[in-house]
Design a binder for this molecule. Sequence first.
Ligand code: SF4
Length: 69
Amino acid sequence: MSVEVTVQRARCIGSKVCLSAAPGVFHIDYDNTALVIDAEAASEQELIDAARTCPTRAISVIKDGQRLA
Ligand code: SF4
């Protein structure tokens, strides 16, 4: 089963840390908040790193119904 990545946009402050932690997965939108464009562009570990380094913990990573980060 694939990994599910979500961004709580209301919590995002546009720091862009996720862009380098998981290249190709996130995009910063016109309103300076992140959205997921391709959850499969990075490895599972990179997704977890993105979630853990997000300063506002806006990113969730879920696999097989279990939250990894
Ligand atoms: S690291 Fe977190 S706060 Fe920063 S742009 Fe990404 S989702 Fe938003």
